[in-house]
Design a protein around this ligand. Sequence first.
Ligand code: AMP
Ligand code: MG
Length: 647
Amino acid sequence: MTNAPSPKNNADQDQFLTILSREDALERFEAALFPRATLAEERPLADALGYPLAQDVVADIDVPPFDRSNVDGFAVRSADVASASEATPVRLVLNDEIIACGTVPTRPVLSGTATSIATGGPLPRGTDAIVMVEHTQPAGRRAIEIRRAASPGQFVSYAGSDIARGEAVLRTGTLIGSREIGMCAACGIAKVSVVRRPRVAVISTGDELVQPGQPLRPAAIYDTNGAIVSAAVSENGGEATFVGAIADDETQLEAAMRQALATSDMLVLSGGTSKGAGDVSHRIIARLGKPGIIAHGVALKPGKPLCLAVCDGKAVVILPGFPTSAMFTFHDMIVPVLRRMAGLPPRSDAKVMVKIPVRIASELGRTEFVMVSLVEGAGGLIAYPSGKGSGAITSFAQADGFLKIDALADQMPAGAQTEVTLFTPHVRVPDLVIVGSHCTGLDLVTAPLARAGMVVRSIAVGSLGGLAAAKRGECDLAPIHLLDEKSETYNTPFLDGGLELVPGWRRMQGIVFRSGDKRFEGLSAEAAVRSALADPACIMVNRNQGAGTRILIDRLLGQARPDGYWNQPRSHNAVAAAIAQARADWGMTIAPVAHAAGLGFIPLAEEHYDFALVTARKQRPAVQAFLDALNSDESRAALERAGFSKA
Ligand code: AMP
Ligand code: MG
């Protein structure tokens, strides 16, 4: 990487020329921020829950503040009752006083006398022991008999025996919980000095961002990072202020950054971390204070463009724009610093050992994080990679945790044992595991299981991947829609030993187009394709090789390769979106998707979406519940409402 930059490709060459390892970047970032003065504030005890103490709490009274009785009974002189027994009871005259809680004693206990005292009552002068009321008997109106000896100090709590004046009862750094609040209250302390939450300003950057709740304009996307980062800041002891999404305009962004930084301890931006022309945040950071940028480009995947800076003692960070990248880099690189500023201990995430069923390729030279879904295999936990690329947010919702592939490895081989960091405190292995082709109809069928409290995990790896998982016994069911071209039948020819077919439902495949398009309206599928081929301005959208839909398209097209043929998205929805947004004019998808997108639809052929059931797992309660749900009237009706027909 020693190419001399030429003026033309300067920006490209400059791009992350000095990439730091994850460990290096974190170490330099921490070194630029710590040690630093603690962010201390006084908080009323009632509002101090969850904060770490910024100072030792020192008692300035004794607890208890006086010698007090631990029982209901009589204050005596132990010497008076030293000889007391059942056979030789000692008679004591009662003093004319009853010491309840909160009563200050006025009469001394002289030899031969006793004073009635309640639990918590202060000991009068002259006494050194308490006799329990149960061990005495009235002897006339103003006297008692005692039938047991009492040792000096019996049933007495001495002043300062619990907490002594001047003692540090709680140490700096202790997290305040109900017990700590109790300690302070006992000492009469109403305010404590705690580490205040670091104030973290959060800014999203990008012309394309719209806040949730607002209508989405064409070519815009919802601001995801604003919400993620603000929540993650709160989860880790910070006080987040979300400023909003700022357009990629240097003047506007600089004003927003300066204003945010003036009232914060940390500023977290997302997006615009590349060193490209439109990306201005890092140029602004360079003007915000010393020492400035610490790392720009870290050997992480996802997350390479991460930028870490310290400006006059304040942390300034630019997270990558893709939400999953933003989330990973925030948790891995920013959370340690934020928690340290907040006086909190490092996160203690739960970890489990797993086996990898499939090879995971990885980029050499970058620490790679891969999200995984866990299922129970014969020999322990199996972790399926669930990432859909750094742009996908759903992977987070589906995943149970993530694994790390070392920067020096270019892959993790199938069968490898590795450690998974969980997103939750405990592993919750799903009750039912479905691995294969995904269909929106699946959620309708599994809805009753979810209502019954079962965890259903469906992992989309395509029909063939599902069959392989089923053969390895890693799932209960593999949904498939595979057409055997020789026999022209679906699915059955693909099942072998140990698997049985459970009929699912039918999905009508057909030509989609924008309603009202005269080239297609009212035609048969074959005629519609002829009409499309006859118009050179007409653009199609295809499907990926291996998709059942693609086989149908290729049959209709024969040798023709119209404009758009090489546009081959991997899902029914992508086809519908391309046509709805007029990037293409026709394609093939399933009826429910076409209707949901408000498109015209010409039915062509029914595709069979069935399940390969692992026979050995058929008797499991969750499998039985699934089969019941699949065959219920409720499912049939829901599938039909959504445009599917139950097989
Ligand atoms: P950038 O680094 O700004 O080029 O962003 C990289 C990708 O992340 C682009 O597809 C952006 O649209 C996307 N992105 C940036 N910021 C956000 C955000 N706050 N929420 C969701 N996506 C974002
Ligand atoms: Mg951007």
